[in-house]
Design a protein around this ligand. Structure first.
Ligand code: ADP
Ligand code: MG
Length: 228
C-alpha cells in the first residue's frame, strides 16, 4: 500500500456558526468522526441540517469555526494557501450532486484535469482509461458532457474524483439528480471503487437504498452526528 493511502481521517468537535443580524446560526455544534483507510460513513439528515457544510469542511472547501480536521498527520487548515490547493488536489476527491464537468472538454480530458497541476500525464492517461473502463465508459472517451446521460456524467465525475488516488473520497448526494437505474449503478460503483482503492469515503445521501449499501450510518441532527 502506498504511503498516501494509509491515512486516517479524524474530525474532532467541529463547529460551524454563521453570524447573522440576530442570533448566530449554529449549523454544526459538535461533530466528531474517525475513519480508517477503507472505511465508509454515510451521513443522512433533513434538508438544511448542515450535511453539505460538514462535507465541505472535511474537504477543506469551507472552514470550521471550531474543532479540528486531520488527515494522517496533516491539519489542512494550518497549511498555506498554495499548500492547501495542493492538498485538495492530491488528498481529496469530490463528487457533487451536479457533475461539475467542464463542458468543452472530453470525458477523458475531464478525468485528466486534476493530474495536470502537479505531475506528468503519461501514467495519468493509463489510469484515467482504467478508471473509465471500471465505470463502463471506455466507449465514451471523446464525448463531451452534453453528449452523455446524467448517469454517465456522474460516472465520469467519479473517475475524475479518483484520478489522483486520494486517500479521501467525499460524495454529496451523488445520486440526487439521477433516475433509479442510474442511481443504483452509481451506488454500486461507489462501493466497488471505494473498496478497490481502499479510500475513506464519506457520503451524504437522502437515499435509503444508497445508504443501505454501507455499514456505518449517521444522522446529523441539531448540529450533532449520531449513529443511526
Ligand atoms: P444540507 O446540505 O444538510 O441541506 P447545508 O449544509 O447546505 O445543509 O446548510 C445548512 C444550513 O446552513 C442551512 O440552514 C443554510 O441556510 C445555512 N447556510 C449555509 N451556508 C451559509 C452561509 N454562507 N451563511 C449563512 N448560512 C448558511
Ligand atoms: Mg446539501
Amino acid at each position: 500500500m502506498s504511503e498516501s493511502t494509509a491515512k486516517s481521517l479524524s474530525v474532532e468537535s467541529v463547529a460551524k456558526v454563521y453570524p447573522t443580524r440576530g442570533e448566530p446560526l449554529v449549523v454544526l455544534r459538535d461533530v466528531s468522526l474517525s475513519l480508517q483507510p477503507g472505511e465508509v460513513a454515510v451521513i443522512m439528515g433533513p434538508s438544511g441540517c448542515g450535511k453539505s457544510t460538514l462535507l465541505n469542511i472535511i474537504g477543506t472547501l469551507d472552514e470550521p469555526t471550531g474543532g479540528t480536521v486531520r488527515l494522517g498527520d496533516c491539519d489542512p487548515f494550518a497549511l498555506s494557501e498554495s499548500q492547501l490547493a495542493r492538498y485538495r488536489n492530491e488528498q481529496v476527491g469530490f463528487v457533487f450532486q451536479d457533475h461539475h464537468l467542464l463542458p468543452h472538454l472530453s470525458v477523458l480530458e475531464n478525468v485528466l484535469l486534476p493530474t495536470l497541476a502537479h505531475r506528468g500525464s503519461n501514467d495519468g492517461v493509463a489510469r484515467a482509461k482504467k478508471l473509465l473502463d471500471r465505470v463502463g465508459l471506455s466507449d465514451r472517451l471523446e464525448h463531451r458532457p452534453a453528449e452523455l446521460s446524467g448517469g454517465e456524467r456522474q460516472r465520469t465525475a467519479l473517475a475524475r474524483a479518483l484520478i489522483n488516488a486520494p486517500p479521501l473520497l467525499l460524495a454529496d448526494e451523488p445520486t440526487g439528480n439521477l433516475d433509479r437505474a442510474s442511481a443504483e449503478r452509481i451506488g454500486a460503483l461507489l462501493l466497488e471503487l471505494q473498496h478497490a482503492e481502499h479510500v475513506i469515503l464519506v457520503v451524504v445521501t437522502h437515499s435509503p437504498t444508497l445508504a443501505a449499501r454501507f455499514d456505518r450510518q449517521y444522522e446529523l441532527t441539531d448540529g450533532v452526528l449520531a449513529v443511526s
